[in-house]
Design a protein around this ligand. Structure first.
Ligand SMILES: *[C@@H]1O[C@H](CO)[C@@H](O)[C@H](O)[C@H]1NC(C)=O
Ligand SMILES: *[C@@H]1O[C@H](CO)[C@@H](O)[C@H](O)[C@H]1NC(C)=O
Length: 198
């Protein structure tokens, strides 16, 4: 017959202590969760809103599958939050035709306070951009109909600001597509709503 290991003397004391620690930890977790919930409810971060308000093309020239053109866009950026502001630390805007970037521009950084609307007036130039044959053919065809379907992509490094707290950098991608640009002045530009991805 083997000897039973002796029951440790302080066992019941230990488990009491453990239970106590568990209760304290659980309470802490619940309190932190409540605090986060309250902060979230009072701040209630809302999605940033972007629209293309105007778009036009000037100096369009497509020769030997090379494109020269000036694209003008007005992008409206709206921060609907009542407490959260946004730092736009770097912004690049590009114009794509059939997934091919034809024009590109770096925009000056800016700070957007809460409930602010900022209009970005952008002039992007395509300078002797080489297109593959099928893309050039499609573009020539669309040009002849008077409407060209483009995509505007805004890529930004942003930080959020709430009171004195600032978030880490995050990459924001804003897709505006299709942006239908009319070559003749007869048709009015229709506002395009963009899809922001954070
Ligand atoms: C938004 O912020 C910009 C830059 O600070 C400012 O020029 C503009 O007037 C503001 N717009 C509104 C609607 O407050
Ligand atoms: C397009 O732009 C390039 C460089 O800006 C220029 O050398 C070329 O002549 C232009 N081509 C046409 C067809 O306008």
């Amino acid at each position: 017959m083997q000897n039973q290991p002796p029951v440790p003397a302080g066992r019941s004391g230990h488990s009491k202590l453990l239970r106590c620690i568990a209760v304290v930890l659980l309470t802490l977790i619940v309190l932190v969760g409540l605090a986060v919930l309250i902060i979230w409810l009072s701040v209630r971060p809302r999605r940033l809103v972007y629209t293309v308000e105007d778009g036009s093309i000037r100096n369009f020239n497509l020769n030997n599958n090379h494109l020269n053109a000036s694209f003008d866009f007005v992008i409206r950026s709206y921060n609907p939050n009542s407490k959260v502001s946004v730092f736009y630390d770097s912004i690049e805007v590009s114009t794509l035709y059939e997934d091919k970037t034809v024009a590109y521009k770096v925009v000056d950084p800016f700070f957007q306070s809460h409930r602010n609307v900022t209009r970005l007036e952008l002039k992007l130039a395509a300078q002797y951009v080489a297109l593959v044959g099928s893309t050039a053919r499609d573009l020539r065809l669309e040009k002849s109909t008077g409407d060209i379907e483009l995509t505007v992509l805004l890529k930004a490094k942003i930080r959020f600001k709430l009171g004195t707290w600032k978030s880490k950098h995050r990459t924001l991608r804003v897709w505006c597509s299709p942006v239908l640009v009319h070559l003749s002045g007869y048709k009015k530009f229709e506002r395009t709503y963009c899809d922001p991805e954070l």
